[in-house]
Design a protein around this ligand. Structure first.
Ligand code: ATP
Length: 237
């Protein structure tokens, strides 16, 4: 098992955002956590990345307990987050933003080779390489955030609400890209999404999160056909 989360609890002062959730992600899987606004999705990813502390519970990453490990060490260990709304560094160039993803890495990567690969995957980033990232469109900033995470050759990619604020056509494109990173390159991905349909369509398995608790889980295909999910999350009778 690549990622094992047991009874994870996350609180902000008196606000309990995540109430003891359990989930796992196997190497090579694409898993999603779907849920409405405020269900606790971002809190879970920030907890996995070490950006907010776990109040209780445990996070194990390829067998190692990382619950108390600081964020930069988790990043060096191969966990990378594509944050909600991309959060690229607005004044740095596209190229400089990409380099931040490789900063401080201890393992050896072929930086030039990775850049060439990323520019092939995202040709627009090569075209825009010397422009400040703030001049990119929303969709291009999402591509930059994904590329910045990929430059380090991560073992687990966490993706927070990538569909947010994107036109439907771009949503399809970015989900196709995530699917091909998983299928063709074997990258393990954990997505959190409000867009249940798009994420279930590309996922192997999924968890349904309601007010901080997992209320349902299963193969994504089963959830797509589940009458309760269709009604509550897919807008279908
Ligand atoms: P969204 O899709 O709207 O981003 P989400 O499922 O990602 O929602 P979270 O952002 O994890 O949900 O929030 C879960 C709960 O925790 C919400 O009730 C939210 O108001 C609360 N919360 C999140 N961050 C904080 C914070 N820094 N301080 C206090 N409460 C917070």
């Amino acid at each position: 098992m690549l990622l094992e989360v047991n009874r994870l609890e996350i609180s902000y002062g008196d606000v309990r955002a995540v109430h003891g959730v359990d989930f796992v992600v196997e190497e090579g899987e694409l898993v999603s956590i779907i849920g409405a606004n405020g269900a606790g999705k971002t809190s879970i990813l920030n907890g996995l990345m070490g950006l907010v502390p776990a109040r209780r519970g445990s996070i194990r990453f390829h067998g190692q307990e990382i619950t108390a490990v600081p964020a930069h060490k988790r990043a060096h260990g191969g966990i990378r987050l594509v944050p909600e709304r991309a959060r690229v560094f607005p004044r740095l160039s596209v190229f400089e933003n990409l380099l931040t993803g490789a900063y401080g890495l201890r393992k050896k990567i072929d930086l030039d080779g990775r850049l060439r690969w990323l520019y092939e995957l995202f040709p627009i980033l090569e075209e825009r390489r010397d422009q400040p990232a703030q001049t990119l469109s929303g969709g291009e900033q999402q591509q930059l955030a994904i590329a910045r995470a990929l430059i380090s050759d991560p073992r687990l990619l966490l993706v927070d609400e990538i569909s947010m604020g994107l036109m439907p056509k771009l949503v399809d494109q970015v989900f196709d890209l995530l699917q091909s990173l998983n299928r063709d390159l074997g990258l393990t991905i954990l997505l959190v999404e409000q867009n249940a349909r798009a994420s279930l369509e590309i996922s192997h398995r999924a968890y349904v999160l309601e007010t901080g608790s997992v209320v349902m889980e299963g193969p994504a295909k089963d959830l797509l056909n589940n009458p309760d999910i269709r009604k509550a999350y897919l807008g279908l009778a």
